[in-house]
Design a protein. Structure first.
Length: 296
């Protein structure tokens, strides 16, 4: 679908905490652990300590026995090893958690909703920077998902501007701005997105909360947070966007709307011709009365 739109994206090498031969049962087990916000925070912290970490150093969100259990889970998954003195070390440390988040979201879109997905694509559109984090296709529609693993306070206006630049170039059927945080999006992220959208459109539309931290900015643009369950929130946004972009059974379809518009144009054309003819006839009558020496 990207090539049909005239683009030739190129994939980056996967930036993941496991090797290319990581088998499917282990991938599924990792995905189920990533369902949990606390585990995502723990793995993010472990990635930031590529040289080795103690469980208590990975994140302040969990500590004590819970943190040690997560460190041991990484060992059981084949992602980490014990390094002695209560320390652990990732076997395949990626540069950041971003690639893992994109992998997880793409996997959930495929498993939950049947999308064909791709991650980490160099966009390459003229004058537009950045990558396409997750693109997905289903029902002949293109979904673009921007994934942010940073907390809201670290998301800048420049990142939001770049996101909208990619939106305008790509023109997807549905777009999601996903922030992996349990914090409120309505304090900063949603106002930034709404402000940039209003600046480009020349008018503002008040964002509407769909459910939990799922916000509708337009019928085809959503902001999604992690409060509750991240992948469930993404699924809720996709469902809302697909329903909003399709006519209901009791609403006119595109063909009927085009017919109505054509009939309206025809009516206006006929009415306009009649009004012009009536005006010409009135002028002819006025000139005739003037020639006869009478005023109309």
């Amino acid at each position: 679908m990207l090539r049909r739109r005239g683009f030739h994206p190129k994939p980056w090498l996967p930036d993941l905490p496991f090797p290319p031969g990581f088998d499917e049962p282990h991938q599924e087990r990792l995905a189920r652990r990533l369902d949990h916000y606390a585990f995502r925070l723990f793995l993010r912290g472990a990635i930031q300590h590529a040289a080795g970490f103690r469980p208590s150093e990975a994140t302040r969100y969990v500590e004590g026995p819970a943190a040690r259990a997560m460190a041991e889970e990484l060992v059981a998954l084949g992602l980490s090893e014990r390094a002695g003195r209560g320390r652990y070390r990732l076997l395949h440390p990626p540069r950041s958690f971003g690639g893992t988040l994109e992998w997880y979201l793409a996997r959930e879109l495929a498993a939950r909703l049947g999308f064909d997905t791709a991650t980490g694509l160099r966009f390459g559109a003229p004058g537009v920077g950045g990558d396409l984090d997750v693109v997905a296709a289903a029902e002949g529609r293109l979904l673009y998902l921007e994934a942010k693993s940073s907390p809201p306070r670290q998301i800048s206006e420049e990142e939001v501007t770049a996101f909208f630049d990619r939106l305008e170039a790509l023109r997807p059927d549905l777009a999601l701005f996903v922030v992996d945080t349990a914090l409120r999006l309505g304090d900063k992220v949603v106002p930034m997105l709404a402000g940039e959208r209003a600046r480009r459109a020349g008018r503002s539309i008040a964002p509407r909360r769909v459910v939990r931290e799922v916000w509708r900015l337009t019928p085809r643009l959503f902001a999604v947070g992690a409060k509750g369950h991240l992948s469930a929130n993404v699924a809720a946004a996709v469902a809302e966007g697909l329903r909003g972009g399709s006519p209901g059974l009791l609403e006119p379809g595109h063909d009927e709307l085009r017919m109505r518009m054509a009939h309206a144009d025809s009516w206006f054309e006929r009415t306009g011709r009649d009004l012009v003819e009536e005006l010409h006839e009135s002028r002819r009558q006025a000139r005739k009365l003037e020639r006869d020496g009478r005023r109309p």
